[in-house]
Design a protein around this ligand. Structure first.
Ligand code: TLP
Length: 342
């Protein structure tokens, strides 16, 4: 099977597993796991912050960050197709009591002026806007990279209004590798940044939230435990995270090259509509036009021929490249897609 459903399907390599089995561990709820502590230090340094917190998933990282920077009834400005809006089961409302104020962007990217226009007036009638969340790279936007200049302008608007900023950087390192902009340069403009170890970086479990020492990290730690995310000898998992951070970042370029090649191959299929130039990182979103088959019938037909991918709409599909699929398998996937979709 050539599995292009997501970069979450990556398997830990033999060397990563070796690093895991000999990791020194301790009880992380007491702050005593040396491997978790080391990973948090590495992550904070890499993103130019002073503190980091290891959590079990990307959703928990986002939700703790929202919880720490809002009060019940507050508004969070966010792009309407963000992961936090579409795929987190309404957690911001359910767990933090926050109201998401969605604005439609261009492939997930908001103009700073759109954000500014969405800030609620400070009067007795409106909810308080207390947080702006951006996503980089943007999943539903097709792995689009948030331009740094737009982040900078959004940050100055937020600062002028006393509003905090969170980055869902589940795939931040894809943006870093594609642009050459250091992670810390992106992170500088946010109060909290989350990123995933268990996507393209290839670790089996976990995400990190980075921020600066102070009340937010204290709140994040307390809420992590409240949400059931305090782990004990988590160093076994953190060892994989350290391995991923030290070894697996530069190789993301291969995933980007493979995604672009896949888009070029898809572009040769008459029934497929895809914009090759929109493939900036490891996600390819494409449409199958004029087919009599439903999206799920197409997914099933591809599965029978050895390719797994997800439908993300009635005629729209997503293919994600990652370390489990090499350039040769991309060529094979291209042939199968041509056969099944033609
Ligand atoms: N994304 C998953 C699915 O949930 C859609 C995927 O296959 O792409 N932020 C972003 C931008 C994400 O893409 C994801 C996962 C998360 C957060 C959540 O991460 P996990 O699954 O670790 O909670």
């Amino acid at each position: 099977m050539i599995d292009l459903r997501s970069d979450t399907v990556t398997q830990p390599s033999d060397m990563m597993r070796e690093a895991m089995c000999c990791a020194p561990v301790g009880d992380d709820v007491y702050g005593e796991d040396p491997t978790v502590n080391r990973m948090q230090e590495i992550a904070a340094a890499l993103l130019g912050k002073t503190a980091a917190l290891y959590v079990p998933s990307g959703i928990m990282a986002n939700q703790l960050s929202i919880r720490a920077q809002t009060q019940p009834g507050d508004e969070v400005i966010i792009e309407s197709s963000a992961h936090i809006v579409l795929y987190e089961h309404g957690a911001a409302a359910a767990l933090a009591g926050a109201q998401l104020h969605g604005i439609t962007g261009d492939r997930g990217i908001l103009e700073p002026e759109q954000v500014e226009a969405a800030i609620q007036p400070k009067d007795p009638y409106h909810p308080r806007t207390s947080l702006i969340c951006l996503e980089n790279t943007h999943n539903s936007g097709g792995g689009s990279i948030y331009p740094l200049a737009k982040i900078e302008r959004t940050r100055s608007i937020a600062q002028a209004h006393g509003i905090a900023m969170h980055l869902d950087g589940a795939r931040l390192f894809n943006a870093v590798v594609a642009t050459g902009i250091p992670a810390a340069e992106y992170a500088r403009h946010f109060d909290t940044v989350s990123f995933c170890l268990s996507k393209g970086l290839g670790a089996p479990v976990g995400s990190l939230i980075v921020t600066n020492d102070g009340p937010i990290i204290e709140q994040l730690r307390r809420s992590r435990r409240m949400y059931g995310g305090g782990m004990r000898q988590a160093g076994i998992l953190a060892a994989a995270g350290i391995y991923a951070l030290e070894r697996n970042i530069p190789r993301l370029k291969e995933d980007h090259d493979n995604a672009r090649r896949l888009a070029e191959l898809l572009n040769k299929v008459a029934t497929v509509s895809v914009d090759v130039n929109h493939v900036e990182t490891n996600i390819v979103i494409f449409d199958v036009v004029g087919s009599s088959r439903s999206a799920s019938e197409i997914v099933d037909a591809l599965r029978k021929h050895g390719v797994l991918l997800n439908a993300v709409g009635k005629t729209t599909f997503r293919a994600v490249t990652h370390l489990g699929v090499d350039a040769q398998e991309i060529e094979q996937a291209g042939q199968i897609l041509f056969q099944v979709l033609s």
